[in-house]
Write a protein that binds this ligand. Structure first.
Ligand code: BV8
Ligand code: ZN
Length: 246
């Protein structure tokens, strides 16, 4: 990254990184972009599948109407994800779990790249594409590469263990994330367009609890105005810079 384009890490942020021990990182699709994972909204367009905007195919209604179509969509994305690797942003964040006494990582991503980078205890707000869940008894199991058949327990149909639009988040996941947000001193918002709720409400909770907000994104978002510091750039380039700043 040419030095001239490097965002500068303020002295304020350096101090807070050195003193801070209660840190929240919230991530979205942008953090996986440099790993080759398409984002949902890029270049002004929204991701479309077979003519359907992603929030239509990824919706509770679609599971009711056509579960096979939903599986096809997630089979396609699982295939896309099969050989992607974590990038320096995932790796940097993974190292922070041992650098801050109270570190919370909350993601909207279902790609599992944080865990692949070594992050433990990731709060997955929207589930995980590598798991399936029984539509009747709720038992979950790993999918592996292929689409799993039926529930091993009750034999009923499985669905991707991801949260679709119009569906509630996994039990306790948002409450846990909100708890971390309400007690953090430093909150990083990395690679999210901050349009999907309740996830986009977490930085607002952190702000009202007095946290210092820092956004990492090449573009402005609806949360930029709320931030104490904005580091415009790609996560894979900016996160290591932050890591070197303390
Ligand atoms: C719910 C899993 C209760 C599936 C996903 C309040 C107001 C308005 C609407 C609502 C509201 N509350 C609830 C709603 C409805 C809805 C919602 O928020 N709708 C939006 C569209 C307005 N929310 C829900 O339905 C939620 N459930 O509320 O339940 C309920 C129940 C019934 C009725 C009402 C309420 C469930 C939402 C979860 C849906 N599932 N994912 C799948 O993956 O297919 S959401 C999915 O989309 C992602 O997980 C993520 O959350 C979102 C995409 O956003 P991002 O990750 O930010 O990605 P995006 O592409 O948009 O942006 C990328 C960003 O990265 C950009 O800013 C770009 O500039 C930046 N970037 C690009 N490259 C880089 C980069 N940054 C850094 N480095 C780079 N290299
Ligand atoms: Zn079952």
């Amino acid at each position: 990254m040419p030095v001239a384009l490097r965002p500068t890490i303020s002295a304020e942020l350096r101090d807070r990184l050195r003193q801070g021990n209660r840190v929240l990182v919230l991530t979205g699709a942008g953090i996986s972009a440099e790993s080759g994972v398409p984002t949902f909204r890029g270049g002004g367009n929204s991701l479309v599948w077979k003519g359907m905007p992603f929030d239509v195919i990824s919706s509770a209604q679609m599971v009711q109407r056509d579960l096979d179509a939903v599986w096809e969509w997630f089979d396609y994305r699982r295939n896309l994800l099969s050989d992607v690797k974590p990038n320096p942003a995932h790796q940097e964040i993974a190292s922070w779990q041992d650098r801050f006494a109270n570190f919370g990582l909350v993601t909207q991503n279902i790609d599992g790249l944080h865990q692949k980078a070594g992050s433990r205890d990731v709060v997955e707000l929207h589930g995980n594409i590598w798991r399936a869940r029984c539509t009747v008894c709720g038992l979950t199991r790993d999918t592996g590469a292929g689409r799993p058949d039926a529930c091993l327990d009750c034999g009923d149909r499985l669905r991707p263990d991801v949260v679709l639009f119009g569906e509630l988040l996994p039990a306790g996941a948002f409450e846990r994330a909100a708890q971390i947000a309400a007690t953090c001193e430093l909150c990083f918002i990395v690679g999210t367009s901050a349009l999907v709720y309740p996830a986009a409400g977490l930085p607002e909770i952190a702000k009202s609890a007095g946290a210092y907000l820092c956004e990492v994104n090449p573009e402005q978002t609806p949360l930029t105005y709320l931030c104490d510091e904005v580091l415009p750039g790609k996560a894979g380039e900016v996160l290591p810079l932050i890591g070197d700043a303390f």
